[in-house]
Write a protein that binds this ligand. Structure first.
Ligand code: ADP
Ligand code: ASP
Ligand code: MG
Length: 462
């Protein structure tokens, strides 16, 4: 059993970050991080920091027909990547620089065509975005080789097989694991570090897809599950899973251990440090996930396992808080349908028809309120619901989710949470049957205040 090590955008942002990555991989190889899990590690990398955002902008410019704006943005990306690739000193330098240039040449041609057509389909967008991970992984593979670590670049599109749901594709685990056996296992058996781009895959017929924003974590877990590794490591820019988003609450604490369930809830409700689907493949194979800081590799980070915290009956009822902004609440009221069977089925069928997931649901006798994150089809949904109910919607809302296995055994926690939010207008409140989370829906504008108060209440001020 070996490990999969995933490095996010900031962990491959520039030559210094790449040097730190090399240090982390060589420590893993030398067994410095504790008992060595045998077999060479597999490395999964994101695009360099901010590159995917830039490529999304490039798609927007192309769609607007602004070919010169798009070309300008791409030129800056070429320069940044070529300069980082040029830091490789050995004979692999010429080939890595050439391959980076070739990938961008092809991209520039594609974007030019898209700008002429003024059309960027989800499929084309995936082709554009994938270049970020293709070039970053090529550079990292060359940099590892440069430092004397036997490594091989593997094109993730030949390994991670997905459906054709462009921009949010789902993996076909059977096909992917077959490809892993074919393309990754031999590299590992030869004692080499395989380096792949995260986030990207391809359909069975070879068309490029992506797993959705932040999807490199998910790729790492997919490869880890297929390889049957001993640990999936997510190397990022924070010490691990924190008790709250550090951009919202000033001094969150490190959560040293948590359960798969808790991690899934936190990720789903906004803890960006982990893509929400990452935990699924890990759960299937019961593989621990560890979140680590690439700037402080000596730290132990956060360990996510089936059992979670050993002190599950500890002092505080909560493990962590998460928040997700910019959701929309849809209120559906129907006195006519009062007590009618089949009402909820009809209602949710409308959301299903427009492929829109619902996050939080609360019901009263005559009304149902739900939150949705993806509002692209909201008008169609409202129209569909109006056939049998009154509908109103409210944008600029947010979800705060307080998560903890201990909530089950701490009946006072709910009251403490609600009291902490005294006078903050709450739109919806729900506690799931798992009793692992309490969810509040409130205005975007109230998030900082509400998060800080909840954090003070459950984790103290510092
Ligand atoms: P990467 O590029 O390494 O994938 P991300 O930006 O996707 O990194 O995720 C790390 C960021 O997640 C952190 O910098 C932090 O701002 C944010 N974050 C949000 N909630 C949490 C949380 N509960 N714990 C840790 N980080 C969080
Ligand atoms: N580069 C992709 C993104 O920014 C995937 C990732 O970093 O996980 O969304
Ligand atoms: Mg991420």
């Amino acid at each position: 059993m070996s490990v999969v090590m995933k490095f996010g955008g900031t962990s491959v942002a520039d030559p210094d970050a790449i040097s730190r990555l090399i240090g982390v991989v060589s420590r893993e190889l030398s067994g410095d991080r504790g008992p060595r899990i045998s077999g060479a590690p597999t490395v999964v990398v994101s695009a360099l920091s901010k590159v995917t955002d830039t490529l999304v902008k490039v798609c927007g410019l192309a769609e607007d027909g602004n070919g010169s704006g798009a070309a300008q943005a791409l030129d800056a990306l070429v320069e940044r990547h070529v300069s980082i690739a040029s830091a490789v000193t050995t004979e692999s330098r010429a080939s890595v620089v050439a391959s980076v240039k070739a990938e961008f040449d092809e991209l520039i041609g594609l974007v030019h065509a898209l700008a002429v057509l003024r059309e960027v389909s989800p499929r084309s967008q995936d082709a554009v975005l994938s270049v970020g991970e293709i070039v970053s992984s090529r550079i990292v593979a060359a940099a590892l080789a440069d430092s004397g670590i036997a490594s091989a670049w593997v094109d993730a599109r030949t390994v991670l097989i997905t459906d054709a749901e462009y921009t949010s594709a789902a993996p076909d685990m059977t096909a992917t694991c077959d490809r892993v056996r074919e393309h990754l296992a031999p590299v590992q058996a030869a004692g080499k570090v395989a380096v792949l781009g995260g986030f990207i895959g391809a359909t069975a017929s070879g068309v490029t897809t992506t797993l959705g924003r932040g999807g490199s974590d998910y790729s790492a877990a997919i490869f880890g599950a297929c390889l049957g590794v001993g640990e999936i490591q997510i190397w990022t820019d924070v010490d691990g899973m924190l008790t709250a988003d550090p951009r919202v609450v000033p001094h969150p604490r490190l959560v040293e251990q948590l359960s798969f369930h808790e991690a899934s809830e936190l990720a789903f409700f906004g803890a960006k440090v982990l893509h929400p689907s990452t935990i699924l493949p890990a759960v299937d194979k019961n593989i621990p996930v560890r979140i680590l800081n690439s700037r402080r590799p000596e730290n132990t980070g956060t360990r996510i396992t089936a059992e979670g915290r050993p002190d599950a009956t500890g002092a505080t009822g909560l493990t962590a808080l998460a928040c997700k902004r910019d959701v929309t609440v849809v209120d559906i009221t129907s006195t006519r349908m009062l007590m009618a069977h089949g009402f909820l089925r009809r209602l949710f069928e409308v959301f299903e028809r427009f492929k829109t997931p619902v996050d939080v649901v609360t019901t009263s006798e005559v009304s149902v309120s739900v939150t949705v994150d993806d509002t692209r089809r909201l008008d169609d949904i409202v129209e569909g619901l109006r056939h049998f109910a009154e509908v109103s919607s409210e944008r600029d809302m947010a979800i705060i989710c307080a998560v903890g296995e201990n909530l089950r055994s701490d009946p006072a926690a709910f009251a403490r949470a609600v009291n902490a939010l005294d006078r903050v207008p709450l739109r919806l409140v729900s506690q799931a049957a798992s009793r692992r989370n309490i969810t509040f829906v409130l205005r975007n504008a109230d998030v900082p205040e509400a998060m800080t108060r909840l954090h003070d209440q459950f984790f103290g001020r510092d």
